[in-house]
Design a binder for this molecule. Structure first.
Ligand code: MN
Length: 247
């Protein structure tokens, strides 16, 4: 890992925005050097073999333990997220999709016959957003603009936490729970199935997400999704990332 960890962490909000919306670049290969806000993504590892890349984790794979173990990160990031990137690159090879931004591919293929491209592009997007939604020493209560918006929209932080946990624990089967900025300017909690996300469903702008696919928690919590969700909110939720997404 040659990248400066601190630079990665401090620039992750800008990094995530760039990674999730910019066009794929021919030169997208891991090449080291600290990331700067707004700079195109240059993941440290692993190197992609196509236009879409696996962004570097914004922390060490041990940083979220014990809430999320190094082993879970190893499989979830190293196998699942990488797998979606690899599959997407295979599916877009030689097609116009290969030169388009990730979010454009995801939106254009939603509900179309290109089910594989949709599922894999949306899962690449969702997972990049999920890694940003956590940090070492996270949790606690949000501050500033986000705290104000939560109070306005949910009454108080405890009411929001209850609603978010409820969505995450009751999503039936694989999926995600989200904090979203709705088109009416208010925050809301949503849940989505499989690869779906608030962008393709027109629910608003995502601010934070928790992955509730079993691969996200089963090694650490087995069937106890509620324990994973509670620990996630209390100890790793990245409120400053959510606030940065408010714009
Ligand atoms: Mn996942």
């Amino acid at each position: 890992m040659s990248l400066s960890r601190r630079a990665l962490v401090s620039s992750f909000a800008a990094f995530a925005t760039a990674a999730l919306s910019r066009p794929a670049l021919a030169g997208d290969k891991g090449s080291g050097g600290p990331l700067k806000p707004g700079q195109p993504v240059t993941p440290a590892a692993p190197v992609a073999t196509g236009p879409f890349v696996l962004p570097a984790l914004p922390y060490a794979d041990t940083d979220l333990a014990p809430v999320i173990s190094q082993s879970t990160i190893g499989f979830h990031y190293g196998k699942h997220h990488q797998g979606y990137v690899t599959k997407l690159n295979e599916l877009v090879a030689g097609k116009d999709w290969a030169s388009k931004p990730l979010d454009e591919v995801m939106k254009a293929t939603y509900g179309s016959d290109n089910v594989g491209i949709y599922n894999n592009s949306a899962q690449v997007w969702n997972h990049t957003f999920y890694w940003g939604s956590m940090k070492k020493g996270g949790g606690g209560a949000p501050a500033g603009k986000l705290a104000d918006a939560i109070k306005t929209s949910f009454g108080d932080f405890e009411a929001f936490k209850k609603e978010f946990a409820q969505a995450a624990t009751t999503q039936f089967g694989a999926g995600w729970a989200w904090l979203v900025l709705g088109t009416d300017g208010k925050l809301k909690v949503t849940k989505t199935a499989n690869a779906d996300n608030p962008i393709v469903l027109g629910q608003g702008k995502p601010l934070l997400t928790i992955d509730v696919w079993e691969h996200a928690y089963y090694l650490d919590y087995q069937n106890k999704r509620g324990d994973y969700v509670a620990a996630w909110i209390e100890k790793v939720a990245n409120w400053s990332f959510a606030e940065s997404q408010l714009g």
